[in-house]
Design a protein around this ligand. Structure first.
Ligand SMILES: Cc1ncc(COP(=O)(O)O)c(C=O)c1O
Length: 415
């Protein structure tokens, strides 16, 4: 059964009601809600823990700019993100990660003076060393080696997506640790400075599991340093803080996580801990709003076909969940000469305009009496939503974008 969307903020509700049908679908962001959420996250984290934003979650320039006062930097995972984030938040520290970096991207990162490289393979290490010698021979380059660490205690079992702890193309195998440390300390790569270890092992972990994983990563890094008698000063423990689409009012426990990180930081006074969440920072500030075009009965079930679909909001299709949503019944008289379609029962499956049965946004939404022309607003649409969607499939128009309460009215968004 679909859960209702987190309470619509007044600003979002008013904007959705005010839009004409042909201005839908629309992404509506509540920037004040975003700032409040970020202030809460920042306040829950100990001072010694650095917060980077994984730009892949939502790289809208307005979002990146709104995050700036609350984050220490941004994690980017391609040359495209590098250029885009560098332009949206000039002078912000950037960490360049991601598997499969091309020589052109590494060169671009060196030229832009990226502060941290998250190196994912021995091949990449050699490539970076060689390009640095050619393009930035005077500079020391800070490197964090990304490892796919084993986590044996079951903490990854609850994750929605695991990038580590099992065979994946992400990061280095722990068996390569000796080789990597040697390359970075025996003069083979004289410009590269091994600052620390990076790991991002899973998505969708709650605070207790995140803490267990964080502790495992930090312990592994400390043991590596002790074993090789090297100094490591930074450990990135990744993102992946849970967002529960089935219970959107229940948020990741940043307070408990922050308290646990404080204990971990105290136990390792020489280390800077860094986290790089994406989803849990921006998911809650975005809504995808649209209208019901038609309500149909098919083999005993009812379907509401909306204007738009998963080509704008692919999240429920990729994650296999029902996107939480709220119905705003239309108060306007039906404007057409033909009859208005309406649901007969209580539960409706909400689908989009694409010619595929996979274009489902939410199943069994309690929406008795839902009618064509009513508005549907999908919540938790501020991360991995528009930017991961297959926009061009079927060539429907793109949605509008509204940034309510943007910090600088008239600059990039709307007041
Ligand atoms: C290396 C890395 N860091 C951080 C993140 C952000 O993860 P999330 O949005 O789940 O917090 C990702 C997401 O895939 C990632 O690959």
């Amino acid at each position: 059964m679909t859960t209702p969307s987190p309470a619509l903020t007044d600003a979002v509700r008013d904007r959705v009601r005010s839009l004409a049908a042909d201005e839908l679908p629309a992404y509506v962001y509540d920037m004040a809600a975003l700032r409040t959420h970020l202030a809460g996250v920042r306040a829950a984290l100990p001072e010694r823990v650095e917060l980077y934003y994984a730009a892949k979650a939502n790289p809208e320039p307005e979002i990146l700019a709104a995050l700036r006062p609350y984050v220490d930097g941004y994690e980017v995972s391609s040359g495209g993100e590098l250029a885009h984030v560098g332009k949206a938040v000039p002078d912000a520290p950037l960490a360049f990660g991601g598997p499969g970096k091309t020589p052109a991207e590494v060169a671009q990162a060196l030229e832009l003076g990226v502060q941290r490289f998250h190196v994912e393979s021995v091949y990449e290490l050699h490539m970076l060393a060689s390009l640095a010698a050619r393009l930035a021979p005077e500079r020391r380059i800070a490197v964090l080696a990304r490892f796919n660490l084993p986590v044996d205690d079951g903490s990854l079992d609850g994750s929605s997506l695991a990038m580590g702890g099992r065979p994946t193309p992400f990061g280095l195998d722990p068996a390569q640790a000796g080789e990597v440390v040697a390359l970075l300390t025996d003069g083979s790569c004289p410009q590269l400075e091994l600052r620390g270890i990076h790991a991002h092992l899973a998505s969708g972990l709650e605070a207790p599991e995140q803490l267990a994983v964080s502790e495992a990563i930090v312990t592994w890094a400390a043991e590596l340093a002790a074993h090789h008698r090297i100094l490591l000063t930074e450990v990135v423990i990744g993102g992946g803080m849970a967002v529960d689409y089935a219970a959107p009012e229940r948020r990741f426990d940043w307070t408990a996580f922050g308290a646990g990180l404080a204990r971990l930081a105290d136990a390792h006074p020489g280390l800077t801990l860094r986290i790089e969440p994406g989803r849990a920072l921006t998911a809650y500030c975005g809504w995808y709003a649209t209208e019901v075009l038609d309500v149909k009965h098919s083999h005993g079930e009812e379907f509401a076909v909306i204007r738009g679909g998963t080509h704008h909001l692919r999240t429920p299709a990729t994650k296999g969940h029902d996107q939480p949503c709220t119905v705003l019944p239309s108060e306007a008289p039906w404007p057409h000469a033909w009859p208005r379609s309406a649901a007969q029962g209580d539960l409706v499956t909400v689908t989009g305009q694409l010619c595929t049965p996979k274009d489902v946004l939410a199943r069994n939404v309690p929406a008795p009496g839902l009618r064509a022309g009513d508005r549907v607003v999908f919540g938790v649409a501020g991360a991995y939503a528009w930017n991961i969607s297959h926009h061009d499939f079927l060539m429907h128009p793109r949605p509008g974008f509204h940034f309510l309460g943007a910090a600088e009215p008239g600059a990039a968004g709307e007041a």
